[in-house]
Design a protein. Structure first.
Length: 263
């Protein structure tokens, strides 16, 4: 019964989001701009003969895939969780027969449909214009899918437990901004991780942010193979399990101290 209700909730939330699709398309385009800027920077450097390790077409394919992956894994709903806790609107969801996580996931699913309906066609047009160079194989395509799913789960759950710190802190959303900044620096947006300085590349390998965006892109573009691939999946899964554990702990103890009037 709950699962049927959850499906109905996703449908109604999607219909609500579609009423404002123009706004969300503009928002999605804004999120595409930084990767597009770095695409132009690095592809220009490759064309000029600079020893960057990638050809122009490889940079184009890398950043076009990154644009799609970044948009798919970005958990925009985490920004509203802290607002609902601070403003007392969480009361409404706690009184419903379904757990609050269903509403969060419904918003997340609806957002994905709306945003990807804009991002995928735009990226396809850019691919026709910019002519990417991608050596796709069946193996990399099959490995890309679980890496993408794990990347979304990690980015969603990691941001969710940070957002739920609003049970204790009034500016927990600042931590989400820090997460976005670290993802920008360490997940391969500024540059592919392989081109980062040694110390920064080491940090990217052990912290969770690369595995939220860059790792699936690296798989599809053939940058990680063999032992590095297995290690990447291990680290990605480990961080995902830790994020899931933190979400449960923060939610459990946060509800114990939550008090609000109205909502």
């Amino acid at each position: 019964m709950i699962h049927r209700g959850a499906i109905a909730l996703v449908k109604s939330t999607w219909a609500s989001w579609m009423q404002y699709r123009g706004f969300f398309f503009v928002l999605a385009f804004g999120w595409m701009i930084p990767p597009l800027v770095y695409l132009l920077v690095w592809s220009t450097a490759a064309e000029s003969g600079s020893p960057v390790g990638f050809s122009r077409g490889e940079f184009v394919s890398y950043y076009l895939i990154l644009i799609v992956v970044n948009q798919f894994t970005y958990a925009q709903t985490n920004w509203t969780v802290g607002d609902f806790i601070r403003g007392g609107q969480l009361n409404t969801y706690l009184l419903r027969p379904m757990p609050y996580i269903y509403q969060i996931l419904a918003d997340e699913a609806a957002g994905k449909v709306v945003f990807m309906a804009f991002v995928i066609p735009v990226s396809a047009v850019l691919a026709l214009v910019l002519r990417p160079e991608l050596h796709l194989t069946l193996q990399t395509g099959l490995l890309f899918l679980p890496a993408l799913a794990l990347a979304w789960g990690l980015r969603f759950l990691w941001g969710l437990w940070l957002a739920m710190l609003a049970f204790w802190a009034t500016r927990a959303d600042a931590l989400l901004a820090v997460q976005d900044a670290l993802t920008f620096l360490l997940a391969g947006v500024v540059a592919p991780v392989a081109l980062l300085p040694d110390a920064v590349r080491w940090l990217a390998g052990v912290l969770p942010f690369r595995y939220m965006v860059g790792f699936p892109v690296e798989i599809l573009t053939g940058q990680v193979q063999g032992a590095a691939l297995r290690q990447g999946f291990t680290v990605q899964t480990g961080w995902l399990l830790l994020a899931f554990l933190l979400c449960n702990i923060v939610w459990k103890y946060g509800l114990r101290r939550y008090t609000a009037v109205g909502g």
